[in-house]
Design a binder for this molecule. Structure first.
Ligand code: ZN
Length: 265
């Protein structure tokens, strides 16, 4: 009971918050409405895309968009339009803005061995969006009142500041352990629903964990907003064993291999 107290206190204190239930049934504090989340994502994506270089090759971007949309179509928040973009950067990283704006780094595509591993990361990011984690984190980091003024157009500079923090690794890097585990569980659910092998969520997490152990400080640089942990691997393994895709699961596709070949050019 005492563990829930800070949430109740902040709920009363903010006056703007509403209680909701996440897709996995966890109580959730929501500080902005779904429509406001989409607007936050739209404003932030404009700022982000001025600050990073995006991959423009339509073969690569179209492919990532197709895999992402397939997963988004079976997610727990289907009413919004999802956007998937590839950042031209070598770090193994991915992040999601509120309201369905999802970015993966080119380095992540390079680290994935097959389409299902890529799908496991996209599914994890969609899980964060569907569970409203990015909006909750940004609300905690910047304050709901400040975000409310920006949504009213009274503080347009805030979007730029927020985007800079997100890209700098702050802002969204504070996903809690329970949010990471929830996004993993949702991602595995979406993999199973789209016929991808859920085991690839485990293999990709193991790969990231090994990468982090091999290179000192790599956890900070690689996958900063979703640090791989032994607990995540163990939980993912248990969940992946429980779900059964309808038919023979998809792991690899010719399209993925064509995209990988294109990345190497
Ligand atoms: Zn995550």
């Amino acid at each position: 009971m005492s563990r829930r107290l800070p949430w109740i206190v902040s709920f009363l204190g903010l006056g703007l918050a509403a209680c909701a239930v996440s897709p996995t049934g966890q109580p959730q504090l929501s500080l902005v409405s779904p429509a406001q989340e989409v607007e936050m994502g739209r404003q932030l994506s404009r700022e982000i895309e001025q600050k990073v270089r995006l991959v423009q090759d339509p073969v690569i971007t179209g492919y990532v968009e197709r895999v992402g949309q397939r997963l988004a179509a079976v997610s727990d928040w289907r009413e919004i339009r999802y956007h998937f973009k590839v950042v031209d950067a070598k770090e193994v990283n991915a992040f999601a803005l509120p309201g369905g704006y999802i970015y993966i780094h080119k380095g992540l595509l390079e680290a994935a061995a097959n389409e299902a591993e890529l799908a496991s990361v996209l599914g994890h990011e969609i899980g964060h969006v569907a569970a409203h984690h990015p909006a909750a984190q940004l609300s905690l980091a910047f304050g709901a009142q400040l975000i409310a003024t920006a949504l009213l157009g009274q503080n347009p500079a805030l979007w730029g500041q927020m985007a800079a923090q997100i890209l700098g690794g702050a802002g969204l890097s504070a996903y809690g352990r329970s949010q990471e585990l929830e996004a993993d569980a949702l991602g595995i659910r979406y993999l199973a629903r789209t016929g991808y092998d859920p085991q690839t969520a485990v293999t990709f997490l193991e790969k990231l964990l090994a990468l982090g152990r091999r290179e000192p400080g790599a956890i900070e640089r690689f996958f900063a907003s979703h640090p791989p942990t032994a607990e995540r691997v163990a939980r993912a393994r248990r969940l992946a064993a429980q779900v059964r895709p309808a038919g023979p699961p998809t792991v690899q596709t010719a399209e993925f291999e064509a995209v990988k070949a294109r990345l190497r050019r």
